[in-house]
Design a protein around this ligand. Sequence first.
Ligand code: AMP
Length: 216
Amino acid sequence: MRIVLLGPPGAGKGTQAHRLADYYGVRLIATGDIFRRNVRQETPLGLKAKSYMEAGELVPDDVVIGMLLEELRRSPNGFVLDGFPRTLPQALALEEALAAAGQPLDAALKYVIPDEVTVARLAGRRTCTHCERTYNLEFKPPKVEGICDNCGGELVQREDDREETVRHRLEIYHRDTEPLQKFYWERGLLREVDAVGEVERITRRAIGALEDLART
Ligand code: AMP
C-alpha cells in the first residue's frame, strides 16, 4: 500500500497516518517529524530546516525532496506519507521516483476540515518531544498530564502551533498545497475523508475510501 495524506495542519493526519500504517503494515514517513528530530539533534538537515519551521514556512523543495527520496529507498514494502507532498514540484518528484521504481501511488486521501476547527484543535495540541505522538488537551488528553502515554516522553506545545503561526500555516496550505487536490484528482487517485469526529470512525472512513478506490 502506497498512499499520501493531504489536508490542512490540524486535520489529525498524524494520528490517522500512524493508524493506517499499522493497519496496512507499512512504513510511516512523516516529513515534519523527521525535520523536528533533525532540528533537535542539530544535524545539517535540521539546521537548514529550523528557521522555516519556526516561522510556519515551508522548507525549500530541494531540501525536502532529497530527504524524501532517501526515505523512499528504505520503504520497499509501501508507505503512508504524512506531510509530503506539499507543493507541485514535490508531487512531481514523488510521481517520477515511484514511476522509476515501478511502484505507483495507490491513493491520495484528503482530510477535510474547516479552518476554524483546525485553529481550535492546534491551540490545544501537545506533542511528545521523544516519539512525536500528539494529544489534545480537550479531545484526546494523555493519561498523565504532560507525559506521553506511548513512551513516557515530555509533552510540549510546538512552537508553530501558536495561533498566529497556525493561521499563517493555513494560508500557505491553501496557496501551495490545496492545488495538489486537482493533481491527484486528474490521476484518479483522490478520495476525500471527513476529518471531523471520533478518531476510530475517521480511520474507518479512510479504509472504506481506500477499499472503494481499489475496486474502481
Ligand atoms: P508538519 O508536522 O507536517 O506540520 O510539518 C512541520 C513543518 O515542517 C512544516 O510547517 C514545514 O516547515 C516543514 N515541512 C514538513 N514537511 C514539509 C514539506 N513536504 N515541504 C516543506 N516543508 C515541510
